[in-house]
Design a protein around this ligand. Structure first.
Ligand SMILES: [Mn+2]
Length: 308
């Protein structure tokens, strides 16, 4: 019987690493800056925790998964499931997970494929097998780790399941059935219910709300916007999450919850820009506990915004 989707977080000092999105070099550089050996072992017995979204957009998603899988299997790391990882488990083809389905693809719509290691059958099998072992949330008395949104009600549902795909499908089906009995429900409301009433969606991609007015994102007109849940988060344990792809310097949390995703996923775009000088704006970072210091893949450090 597999373990439940909410599990105990490692004890001791930790380095919680943000979304990696296939940026293998950034990951290797960050591990070096944090003082880990190539097999993920730290001389001061620190351990690694990954907030999920290991793949897509960057140049080497299979390499990132293989490395983190090796750490998890030796007990050097823990990792939670992100929405990109979930999409792969669900077999959902998205504009940025072409590599998994064996196809080259240009993320910018041009004729030149975005550089990416393409999966073959054996890579696909290994990635799926590894993602199937991942929990949705990790917790200990002083710290919680989640990909997108810590929501107590949805966490309780996830505690009673050990299969993220089955839990996702069960709730999606339940929402579809309920909506079929409400002929007057509008399209935006339908979309919001699929997002906000499915525990797997809430935990891996956060809550959404109706936007005051439609806005454009990734070339599409959107009517739903993300809820900044961390402003209302005031539980005793700190919470580290990823997902929201915020550049360094932006407001990225409240006093007890902080986003570890420093937008390394935007590097594929930065590399293409004519004025790119090798200095990335999107970074990979880890938040250290109990120090609450942020360490970046280029060696920079800063004090985090969360407080005692
Ligand atoms: Mn995400």
């Amino acid at each position: 019987m597999p373990d439940a989707l909410v599990r105990d977080l490692f004890d001791g000092p930790l380095d919680v690493v943000g979304d990696i999105h296939g940026e293998l070099d950034a990951l290797k550089n960050l591990l070096h800056q944090l003082g880990y050996s190539e097999d993920g072992v730290h001389p001061e017995k620190r351990r690694l925790v990954f907030v999920g979204d290991l793949t897509d957009r960057g140049p080497d998603s299979p390499g990132v998964v293989a490395l983190i899988q090796s750490f998890v299997e030796t007990g050097a790391a823990q990792c939670v499931l992100g929405n990109h990882d979930l999409n792969i488990l669900l077999g959902d083809r998205k504009h940025d997970n072409h590599w998994f389905f064996g196809e080259e693809f240009a993320l910018d719509g041009s004729d030149i494929p975005t550089p990416a290691v393409i999966a073959d059958e054996s890579i696909r099998d290994r990635v799926i097998q590894f993602f199937q072992t991942l929990p949705l949330a990790l917790e200990r008395h002083d710290l919680r780790v989640i990909h997108a949104c810590w929501d107590d009600e949805m966490i309780e549902v996830a505690r009673r399941s050990n299969d993220a795909v089955a839990l996702h499908q069960e709730h999606a089906k339940r929402i579809t059935t309920a909506q079929s009995q409400q002929p007057d429900i509008d399209t935006i409301q339908k979309g919001l219910e699929f997002q906000n009433r499915n525990p797997v969606k809430v935990l891996t991609s956060g809550k959404e709300q109706r936007a005051a007015k439609p806005f454009e994102a990734s070339g599409k007109l959107r009517y739903q916007e993300r809820v900044s849940w961390w402003h209302e988060y005031n539980a005793e344990p700190y919470c580290v999450f990823g997902h929201y792809s915020m550049y360094r310097g932006l407001d990225r949390g409240a006093s007890r919850a902080i986003c570890a995703d420093y937008a390394v996923a935007k590097r594929w775009q930065e590399r293409k820009h004519h004025s790119f000088d090798g200095d990335f704006k999107g970074m990979l970072a880890a938040i250290r506990f109990p120090e609450k210091v942020v360490v970046f893949d280029n060696g920079d450090t800063e004090v985090s915004s969360i407080q005692d």
